[in-house]
Every structure is written in structure tokens, then in C-alpha cells.
Design a protein around this ligand. Structure first.
Ligand SMILES: O=C(O)[C@@H](CO)OP(=O)(O)O
Ligand SMILES: [Mg+2]
Length: 438
């Protein structure tokens, strides 16, 4: 059934308050089309959020989930965005996204909420793909190159994602040197299981953090690195050939504004940015570290430039809080040679089109890119399709455990099967830009 003009249009939009993996409310939007197609999307939520991110609109009313509710954002979907969207073609993603930004009218989506806007933006893309009868990744790719991304498995959690653990938020393993995405997923799961056995044998607790990685209480960050490396070896993989290590330091979280220093409790150290870079240099010399995200704080631009100068030829330096998926901050980082890779989190900026623009801007500078989840996630798997359809080449979506994380990895397995012989695993090509031999 099409509209009377034969053109497929949006007939209704329904917002809903649903739960995320931390049990906090988040926004879901469902878009219905005149041809009977319906599609929905859910937005995630961060804990270590950067201060330059678009606004996640929460109810300040204590009666609404203690102030964490999203009823206002849901009302904006139902009462403001929905009526505006009705009658438009779902195929016009860019103009819909732009129109929602205009409807919001603020520079940071503070009126309608990036959570409200993104839920609709993503649901529109799902509806459009379904209406065209293709998978989302294929719809997004159009005729462009696609690839299965290198997964960054966050198997040991600290920082804001786990209590009583390492200063560093995420210790990740990247199966760069295997042949296929399914091999990479198996490697991640085997390493995760061997880490569990090692921790148990050493008498550590087996608690897990928000993203499913283990959160033992280890004496130092270096002990955590050692433990992860042992797990790689115990699972039978060659570190520095098949599997590399990655960190998300999330340094904004332990940066002390007043003194301008980084306070690492586990190191028993208070360091300036130069000394923290010394520490990374030391670790990168001893361990097969290929990627460091948010090694310094979100506004320490001079520190970032120094870090890139010292490490950027061989290590991927990913800007998360630094860049917040925002083209103007990415532009600054390109000019100041601050980072050399971008983390893409759609809810940091609030629309699919702007997320794509962030990737395109980073690509003009020859940077690497990583598609990313948030620590508060849902069963929504849109980022898996984005990583393939946009040829992002890396994805970070937690441990290969906990259903909200596994949902993305399993979605990638299905896409791999759908691609068949054409399922190119990004592997080493994700890091070609570094110019180091892997
Ligand atoms: O820092 C990060 O990269 C993310 C996801 O791993 O955490 P959060 O969603 O809490 O910002
Ligand atoms: Mg991060």
C-alpha cells in the first residue's frame, strides 16, 4: 500500500521509554511508513561522557526514575518530531536529519535532546532499508566499499565502568592478524574464557564491569596488561602477530582540572601529560599495543599534539571525549595534529548524517576510525551495520559476553554470511595508515 501519490512516506512515529543494560531508561522510536513497513531503533547512553557531547535529555523530575527518566525526550519524539516527519520520504535521510537539527534550533540538541533525535534518525534509516527490501548495511553502502570490522574486545574493565579496579577504563584485544571476522570473534571469546581461568587460578574475583569485561582488583595497570597478555597466549594466539592490545584510558575521568595533572590511583602517581606519555611509551615498547583511546583529557590539546608527535607513527591515537564525533573538533585535531583516529558514537552528535560526516572528515586526513557502542547499551545492533556499510574497519562493542554486546557481534556474523565470498575482513588494512608493519 503506497500513498495516493505512489510515493512512500512516513505515516507515524512512536516514541517509547525503554531500559538500557544498566537498568536506566532510554529512548526507542518506531517509524511507520505508508507501505506498511515499520522499524524501530534504540539509543544507548554513556557513563564516561565527554563534556562536549550533544545533550542527552533527561527528566529532572525526581519522580521520573530519580531524575534519570526520558519522558520529556519521548514526548519530543511523539509531539514535535513525529508530526513534522509525517508525510516525508524515509529515503531523504540527510534532509530529515538536517530538518531535525533546525527543529531543535540549538547547537547541541539541548531542546529536543540528542537521544530523541537520534532514535528517530536511526529508525528512519531502518525503515528506509526495509522499505527498499535490503539490509541496513547494504542500504548505507549504496555502491561503496564494505568490510567486516576488526573487533576491539574490552575484556578487562576499570575506571568508571567498574569499581575497585584499574585506573584505565578498557583493556582490549584486537585480533588483527586472523583471516575472517568469525575467526576474530572466536579468538576474542577464547581469550575472554582464558582470562577467566587465569583470574580464577590466581584467586581474583570474577566480577564483570558494565561492558562485560572482568574487573579484578589488580595492584597496577601494568598487572592488568600482563594478565591480558597471558590470556592471549594461554588461548593459543600470537601476541603482536595475530592479536594486538588496545587501551581506552578515558583520561578525562582522572584529570584534575585544578592542578592540570593526571591522578592515577593504581600507579600511586600524579603525572603531567608528558609523564603520562612517557608511561604509554614505556608500555608500547613492552606490549603489542596498537591503539590508545583518550590517552589524555578532552581539552588537553597541547598534550595530544605532543602525544601524537611521540607515538602517532606506530600507535593509533583515538579521540573519543576529545572529538565527540563532531566535525569541528575533528577539524581542529587535524589542524593541530592531535589524534590520528576518530571514535564514532552516533549519540555523541545525534544524527546518522552527522556521524557519517565525522567519518568522512577523519578520512580526508587519512585517519583510522572506530565505530563504537556506549557503556549503557541495548539490543539495538545498528552500529554493526554502520561499521560494515561505511567500511569503518574497526568496531568497539565490549566483551564477547553480555547479550547487549554479543548482539552486535552476532549481527556481524549474520552480515558476514550474507556477504558470502565478498565478506572481506578489514584486519591489517584497518591500520595501514599507521605505516608500521604488522
Ligand atoms: O569511553 C568509551 O569509549 C565508552 C564506551 O566504551 O564508554 P561510555 O559510553 O561510558 O562513554
Ligand atoms: Mg572512550
Amino acid at each position: 500500500m503506497t500513498s495516493s501519490y505512489g510515493r512512500i512516506t512516513v505515516t507515524s512515529v512512536q516514541g517509547r521509554e525503554v531500559l538500557d543494560s544498566r537498568g536506566n531508561p532510554t529512548v526507542e522510536a518506531e517509524v511507520r511508513l505508508s507501505n506498511g513497513v515499520a522499524a524501530h531503533a534504540l539509543v544507548p547512553s554513556g557513563a564516561s561522557t565527554g563534556s562536549h557531547e550533544a545533550v542527552e535529555l533527561r527528566d529532572e523530575d525526581p519522580a521520573s526514575f530519580g531524575g534519570r527518566g526520558v519522558r520529556r525526550a519521548v514526548a519530543n519524539v511523539n509531539d514535535v518530531i513525529g508530526p513534522w516527519l509525517a508525510g516525508r520520504s524515509p529515503l531523504e535521510q540527510a534532509s530529515i536529519d538536517e530538518g531535525m537539527c533546525v527543529l531543535d534550533g540549538t547547537p547541541n540538541k539541548g531542546r529536543l535532546g540528542a537521544n530523541a533525535i537520534l532514535a528517530v534518525s536511526l529508525a528512519v534509516s531502518h525503515a528506509a532499508a526495509a522499505s527498499e527490501g535490503v539490509s541496513l548495511w547494504r542500504y548505507l553502502a549504496a555502491d561503496g566499499r564494505v568490510s567486516l570490522p576488526v573487533p576491539m574486545f574490552n575484556i578487562l574493565n576499570g575506571g568508571r565502568h567498574a569499581s575497585n579496579s584499574a585506573d584505565i577504563q578498557e583493556f582490549m584485544v584486537l585480533p588483527v592478524g586472523v583471516d575472517t571476522f568469525s575467526d576474530a570473534l572466536r579468538a576474542g571469546a577464547e581469550i575472554y574464557q582464558s582470562l577467566r581461568s587465569l583470574l580464577r587460578a590466581d584467586g581474583h574475583n570474577l566480577n564483570v564491569g558494565d561492558e562485560g569485561g572482568f574487573a579484578p582488583s589488580l595492584p597496577s595497570n601494568r598487572d592488568a596488561l600482563e594478565m591480558v597478555l597471558r590470556a592471549v597466549e594461554a588461548a593459543g594466539y600470537a601476541p603482536g602477530r595475530e592479536v594486538y592490545l588496545g587501551l581506552d584510558v578515558a583520561a578525562t575521568e582522572f584529570y584534575d582540572e585544578a592542578s592540570g595533572k593526571y591522578v592515577l590511583d593504581r600507579e600511586g602517581a600524579t603525572l603531567d601529560s608528558g609523564e603520562l606519555i612517557d608511561l604509554y611509551e614505556d608500555w608500547a615498547g613492552q606490549y603489542p599495543i596498537i591503539s590508545i583511546e583518550d590517552g589524555l583529557s578532552e581539552d588537553d590539546w597541547a598534550g595530544w599534539s605532543a602525544m601524537r608527535d611521540r607515538l602517532g607513527a606506530t600507535v593509533q591515537l583515538v579521540g573519543d571525549d576529545l572529538l565527540v564525533t563532531n566535525i569541528s573538533r575533528i577539524g581542529r585535531s587535524i589542524r593541530e595534529l592531535a589524534s590520528n583516529a576518530v571514535l564514532l558514537k552516533p549519540n555523541q552528535i545525534g544524527t546518522l548524517t552527522e556521524t557519517r560526516a565525522a567519518l568522512d572528515t577523519a578520512r580526508t586526513a587519512g585517519w583510522g576510525a572506530v565505530m563504537s557502542h556506549r557503556s549503557g547499551e541495548t539490543e539495538d545492533t545498528t552500529i554493526a551495520d554502520l561499521s560494515v556499510g561505511w567500511d569503518v574497519r574497526q568496531i568497539k562493542t565490549g566483551a564477547p559476553a553480555r547479550s547487549e554486546r554479543v548482539a552486535k557481534y552476532n549481527r556481524l556474523l549474520r552480515i558476514e554470511a550474507e556477504l558470502g565470498n565478498a565478506a572481506a575482513y578489514a584486519g591489517k588494512s584497518a591500520f595501514e595508515y599507521l605505516g608500521r608493519t604488522l
